[in-house]
Design a protein around this ligand. Sequence first.
Ligand SMILES: Cc1ncc(COP(=O)(O)O)c(C=O)c1O
Length: 355
Amino acid sequence: MSLKTHSVSVEKVEISKINNVDFNNLIFGNTFTDYMFECDYKDGSWQNPTVKPYGTLTISPAAKVFHYGQAVFEGMKAYKDDDGKIWLFRPDENFKRINKSSKRLAIPEFPKEFFFEALNTLLTLDRDWVQAGEGNSLYIRPFVIATQVGVSASPSDRYKFMILMSPVNAYYKDAVKVVIAQTYSRAANGGVGATKAAGNYAAQFYPTNLAKEKGFQQVIWTDANEHKYLEEAGTMNVFFRVNDTLITAPNNDRILDGITRKSVIDLAERMGIHTEVRRVSVSEIIEAAKDGSLKEIFGSGTAAVISPVSAISYDDVTYNLSSIENSYASKFKKELMDIQQNRTEDPFGWRYEVK
Ligand SMILES: Cc1ncc(COP(=O)(O)O)c(C=O)c1O
């Protein structure tokens, strides 16, 4: 059956898979909802936006995405409140960011009306997959791949924009131990670090594996030139609390402009927490760890929201951070989740209701 909405076509599933899913024991990003969104770019325009049953694709092995990595993605979440209403958190920011990423990778930008209509249609059809309750959400993965056939290194003239959705529970259960990067880098000046280019993540896997072999979960990335300044933690932005001051690095072309990060900065200002957005040197943080003024480190990102760090390693020395009561991390996490799940007022207008 094929229905027409405003501009997005809908192909209905015959039988939902939802009864086979154990929503209390989800592995992050492994289970997908009944529907997905697909839209093709050809002859110079985005065409046939369609919501259809989740399923496999048939793509030529010569498609450029497989050879040149011309691919970008986004990560966002939908939440259900206790009244059954569904909310997105700052989806405009994800929309702007995927087009910023696309532009940098010579991919044509995607129309705003298709993006929002796709999300509204998907979330209406798959609304039962969004579970209410603490830590539960639906992770949403928009992405674009180059589909032109041909093993010649030039931008594709065909693309596929897709959106997948995956029900998830809370991301990290425990605080993470991190190691400061002294050899490898995730991004370089003038490169693609400020975009969500797929290849950025592939490049992180090997150094992260090395950190894991030593008992750490993530790498804190430093500037590629000198490894002197702290920039991101794994796939999160990173904050440091020295005494009562919150410090985070300014955005640059190596750092992803995180939506959670900018929300934390706004919340900190509203809570009266003194915040400094400036370069953060490895040496000042190691000194602060030694003299006890380093109180907290935490990562911020859509997947984990706020992820406290329990230990940091540099030059093969590990500095442990004891957990503290009323931590900034726990305050920001609570405040953000309360806004996201419609449990509190929304002073910044960040919530978007799916109707
Ligand atoms: C490299 C990187 N940094 C930071 C973030 C956090 O960004 P956001 O808060 O928008 O999820 C992400 C995740 O999206 C990321 O992949």
